[in-house]
Write a protein that binds this ligand. Sequence first.
Ligand code: BES
Ligand code: ZN
Length: 654
Amino acid sequence: MTLKLAGLVSALALTAALGACATAPGGSEMTLPAATAPVAPVAPAFAYADDIHSNARPAEARVKHVALDLSADFAAKTLSGTATLDVTGRVGATEVVLDTKTLDIRAVRDARGNPLRFELGAMDAIKGQALTVHLPAFTGAETQKIVVDYATRPDAAALQWLSPQQTAGGQKPYLFSQGQAILTRTWVPTQDSPGIRQTYSARITAPADLTVVMSAEHLTPQGEAAGAGKKAWRFDMDRPIPPYLMAVAIGDIAFAPFDERTGVWTEPSRLQAAHWELEPTAQMVDAAETLYGPYRWGRYDLLVLPPSFPFGGMENPRLTFATPTIIAGDRSLVSLVAHELAHSWSGNLVTNATWSDIWLNEGTTTYFENRIMEVLYGRERALQEQALGWADLMAEIAVTPPDDTRLHIDLTGRDPDDGLSGIPYDKGAAFLRTIERIVGREKFDAWLRGYFDRHAFQPMTDVGFLADIRANLVKGDAALEAQLQLDNWIYQPGMPSNAQAPVSHAFEAVDVAAKAFFADKGPASAIDWKSWNTQQRQRFLAWRPEGLKAGADWLTNAQLADLEKTLNLANEGNAELTFAWLQIALAHRYEPAVATADRFLTSQGRRKFVLPLFQTLWNEGDWGRPIATRIYAKARPLYHPVTSRSVDQLVGQS
Ligand code: BES
Ligand code: ZN
C-alpha cells in the first residue's frame, strides 16, 4: 500500500520533470529521483541515484569526458599513461572524487601541467579506493581539466593479459577488458557509476604487429606509427555512456563485414567460421530497429574473443564482445547476438542507475532479444527459448533466498557481481511478457519504443520505470493497474499470480522422450536426438525428476553410459549441450565424463559454464573435490579474473 502510493505520487512528479530534462546525447545534466527516497509531489528533489558501489559524489563535481592516452606493455602487463578528465561542478565545489582500484597514481595535474593535490582513500574490498582531487572552486558551468598520470597493475580485475599460447594463433599476446559491473575503475580512474554518463576518446599505443579495437569509433583504421616497433590507435565515443561500457582489446585480429554497418573481428584463423556463424547479425539490427526505433550508435560489430572470455557476451557499444563458445557450426546459439544487440537500447541507451536494478538492463534485454529471435526464426523458436528461460527461472527461484528473487535487489555490503543471477534476466523478461499479454502487443510495443526514446542516454531506476509506465501506458486505468501488479513484480519475492508459463509445442515430444528415458528407463536409442534442434536437446538434458533433492542420484551408471554413447556426448561440439551433459554426469560421479570435464574446463573460461561445474564437483565431496582441485590447478591460469575470483571462493576454500 505505502509502496504503491509512493510510486503513484512520484509518477506525477517525474512525468513533469522528465519531459523537461529529456536531452539529446551529450546534453545537459541527467538527474533522477533517488531510487529509494520518496519524491515529494511539489518541487521534487532531483538527485543522482545513490550508488552504494561508487565513491563518486556527482552532485558536487562530475566527470563529463575521459580522454585516455595509454600504452600497453605486454611484458609488464600494464597499461600506463594519462586519463584527462573534463569535470564540471556545483558552484563553490573544490574537489572531485573518482573511483580507483589497484591503480598506481603517479601524479595529478591541471591543464597547464601544474600539480593538483590529491589523496587516495582507504581500500574497500568492493569499492576500491576513492581518489579525491582538489581543484580551484567552480564558479559556474565551466569545465576544469584534470590529468591523472597512472598505471594499471598486472592483476587489474578488468584486464586479462593472454600469452600467445592462450590464443588461437599461438604467436602473439592478447589483452582485453571487461568493465561491467564495477571493474572499469581497475583500468580507468573515473567516476565508475552507471548513472554518471561520460563520453570518451582514446589513444592506445601497442606493439606494431597487433591491432587495437575499442567500444568507440575507430579514427585510425590502420594505426599510426608511434616510435620503435609501435603503433598508436585513436578512438572516439561521442555519445555519453556509463563507464562500465568502456572497453579495449588488443591482439592479432582481423575484420570481415556482414553488410555496410555490421561485421566481425576475431583472430585470422577463426574469421571464416565466425563470419559464417554470425552472419544473421545484419538482419538482427534491421529487425531491432523495426521493433523499437533507430540504432543510435553508428556501426554494430562483434569481437569474438579467445576462449577465456568470462561471459557469453558483453554489450560494449558499437562492438559487442563475445565468447567463441557460440561458434557451434550451425548458428544455433545466435540468440546471444540478439541479446547483446538489444542492449544497444535496453542498457546502453536507457541504463540501470544502480546495480540494484540490473533487471532494467537484463530483463528488458532478454525480452527484446526474444522479439528479435521471433522476427528472424519465427514464433515457435522464440517460444522454445522462452520456455528454456522459464524452466531455468523456476529452478533458480527454488534454490535462491526469497529476498534475492525480487527484481529490485538489495546489494548492501555486496559486490554486484556476487548478486548476479538469472533472476533479473528471466523474471524481468517474464514481467514484460506479462504486461504485453495484458495490454496487447501493439500497445506494449508503442510504450516500450517510447520508453527508449524518452530516456535515451539517461539512467533509469525502479521508481522511474514505474513512473513512466504509469504515465504512458496505464494512464490512470485502475482496473489495468490492478491487473498488472507492477509493484509485486518489482518488489515482492517469487512470481506474481499473473505470470504465465510459455508453452512450446515443439517441447511436447521432447518431454515425452525425456520421461521415457529418464523416469521409465527406456533405451537412449529411442530418443529422436538427430531430428531435434539445439533448443530441444537442451530441453531434454534439463529434465529432472520432480522434487529432486540436492545430491540425490536419479540415473544408473548403465543409463548414463547408454546416453553418453548413443548421443555421442563425449564429443559434443555445442558448448551448451556439453555443459548440460556434464551437469548430469558429474552429479552422478560418472567417472568416464571426468575426461570430458577436464577438456571442457581447460579449453574455455565462460563463468556461466565453469562455476556451476566446479560447484557440482565440489558438492560431490570425497569424489568430486580432488577432481575439482586437480582440474582447477591447470585451468586457473587460463581464466579471466572475473571467473577465477568466483571459482576461488569455492575451490580455494579448505
Ligand atoms: N551484460 C551482460 C554480462 C554481464 C552482466 C557482465 C553483469 C557483468 C555483470 C551480458 O549482456 C549478458 O547478459 N551475457 C550473457 C549472455 C546472454 C545471452 C544471457 C552471458 O554472458 O552469459
Ligand atoms: Zn545482458
